[in-house]
Design a protein around this ligand. Structure first.
Ligand SMILES: [Zn+2]
Length: 294
């Protein structure tokens, strides 16, 4: 196994880091990983990180439902209900900002979003490196395994909880920029490590999801990343349902022995608290950043 230590911040090129947390890979390997934060831009970095050739070993779990589409328990059922409402909400957001119906979903997984948008009349293309997920997604859509297989440009590019999984951050951002039409908008959704639920659950915060999440963004580090790759941030939007879903998952890591109702009530309390505090601080559990060409 090749593990990459952190040397330079990919966002601001600083070489100074602070130790932040030690986190367990709860879903697959049970191994411990460190998270350090960049002293300059605040980006959280998983270290050491499995390199691109070996990261697939950390996705081999039935629990990784965004890829396998499995059906298991109450938590997955809640995930599915939340996903349906989230799909509707994402469509509303995208259609308010992008008039032309031409969409690239980068990291489309099993294709939930592109299937939904395809059914609503959008021309959809997906990029998905996992063979298994890509096969499922490509039933109704054009789906390729890498951006380099695509030559056209898109009015709308979406990354729904994907950028935190991407090894080559700047290269990917620049490639995405070259596929964004001149009047296009890119939507990037990532967890926010400065949210209240992240502070509350600490090493048990489910959205750390090490080592699959290589980077842990803050508003500042995302702004710097966009700027240095030629994008202009146009708006941010909260993903309020994520506070509840992430809290519920975090409860199962922190209080595995407790009964599900008690964990559910606690997750509800923390989720509400996170959204209430974020209404003044802006530090929501997950944030969507929209950007255009600078
Ligand atoms: Zn940095």
């Amino acid at each position: 196994m090749t593990l990459e230590p952190v040397t330079t911040c990919p966002v601001c090129q600083s070489v100074l880091f602070n130790n932040y947390l030690t986190v367990t890979d709860h879903t697959v390997s049970k191994q411990l990983f460190h998270i350090v934060t960049c002293a300059q831009c605040g980006l959280g970095i998983t270290t050491p990180r499995p390199d691109q050739q070996h990261i697939a070993e950390y996705y081999k779990s039935d629990n990784y439902i965004s890829h396998t589409g499995g059906k298991r328990n109450l938590q997955d059922w809640l995930y599915r209900v939340a996903r349906y409402f989230t799909l509707r909400w994402k469509r509303g957001l995208v259609e308010r900002m992008v008039p032309k119906k031409n969409l690239l979903d980068y990291g489309c997984g099993t294709g939930a979003f592109i299937n939904y948008m395809h059914n609503k009349g959008w021309e959809t293309t997906g990029v998905e490196p996992s063979d298994e997920a890509r096969q499922i997604a490509s039933k109704n859509n054009k789906v390729v395994n890498t951006l380099s297989a695509i030559e056209s440009t898109f009015e709308c590019i979406t990354l729904w909880h994907v950028l935190e999984h991407v090894h080559q951050l700047n290269e990917t951002m620049r490639e995405l920029k070259s596929r964004l039409a001149p009047s296009g908008t890119i939507f990037i959704a990532v967890p926010n490590m400065l949210s209240f639920d992240a502070y509350h659950y600490q090493k048990d915060w489910a959205a750390y999801d090490v080592p699959r999440h290589l980077w842990h963004f803050t508003k500042n580090s995302m702004c710097v990343l966009l700027q240095q790759n030629g994008f202009k941030l146009t708006a941010t939007y909260p993903m309020k349902l994520d506070a509840f879903y992430v809290s519920l998952l975090s409860e199962t890591y922190r209080h595995a022995g407790r009964n599900p109702i008690s964990r559910g009530l606690n997750a509800l309390k923390i989720g509400l608290s996170s959204n209430r505090r974020a209404s003044t601080s802006g530090e929501y559990s997950s944030i969507i950043y929209t950007a255009t060409h600078a």
